[in-house]
Design a protein around this ligand. Sequence first.
Ligand SMILES: *Cc1c(COP(=O)(O)O)cnc(C)c1O
Length: 394
Amino acid sequence: MSQLPPSLRPATRLIHGGTVRSNFGETSEALFLTSGYVYDSAEQAEGTFNGSVEHYQYSRFANPTVVMLETRLALVEGAEACRTTATGMAAVHACLLSHLKTGDRVVASRALFGSCHWIVSTLLPRYGIAAEFVDGADLAQWRAALARPAQLVLVETPSNPKLELVDLRAVSELAHAAGAIVVVDNVFATPLGQQPLELGADVVVYSCTKHIDGQGRVLGGAVLGRKKWVEETLQPFLRNTGPALSPFNAWVLLKGLETLALRVDAACRGAAAIAAFLADRAEVRRVWYPTRADHPQHALAAAQMQGGGTVVTFELADKDAAFAAMNRFRLIAVSNNLGDSKSLATHPATTTHMRIGAEERARLGITDGVIRLSVGLEDPDDLRDDLAQALSGG
Ligand SMILES: *Cc1c(COP(=O)(O)O)cnc(C)c1O
């Protein structure tokens, strides 16, 4: 295949990046649903194992469909290398465990996805890796925590569910001075809405389960970073521990990427419109959406994001009001997932953030009235109608 022009814009890379056609000249990417590979000879097998021959070896290590996805994701992110995993959590876990060892220290923003929080607060200390949490929006806390040496900084921005931002440029500088690499969970922003590597981060992770599939079908994860780190640190961990992405799921995700720009753009416009609508409703105490003037960090959002993302969070009076509204939705579904073409509403205090306990929820401002709305691809007017009838009592 002829080389794609390097100047291609992201929307074009999402469609063409990484495609390798077989001898059949198929238009759509081929699905190589195979666990293993055969060799022409014993010599070719020997050469494959000793590295003198380039040949697929085993799909736990690499697979042509999976490699197409990894190449495309790297091109879109502007990263030197990418590896994919079976889930987003496998990606986060592999990042942390491949880089860290006993005696190391991790600093993380407090507002992390629940399972990321569990890995840092509960799993890592079992292996003698110290963890410190800071309020992600508070640079003074980052400065204090990173005044001592650390090996890894983990942040999620915008965070789930309160859409709090971390200043990626400032935190990356502090982290590097402390000796740490910066890992950014970029799920909420998507690769089109924020480029952490350009802002100074070292590694970006995704749950491809969210916007990259975007149609609620498969789980997947991705890690992107420098070639040297990916090949020397991450890759041996992945090869030998085995959280490989299924080629089938890779194929679904490749097809998801083709429409990512259209979907994310439409959902972001829908989310901004819904945020404006909710802010005007008497029943709504507060709305959080990064690019709104009433978001405490909207200047930072403008500086480091393109658009505000597809999630809007809002607060009603209490749990009864939140549950009543959610139970009256006719179009919006109650679900703990996000980044789907269908609009999904979550009550974080009793679901996604139930396990962290009341004290930590209070610290994160996740009251019983908070609802997280992942805005999908429905006509925003229909979503507004559904929200209006749900808020006013049906
Ligand atoms: C969903 C999610 C994850 C975990 O991804 P899975 O694919 O569910 O394993 C991690 N971080 C964030 C921000 C997420 O939304």
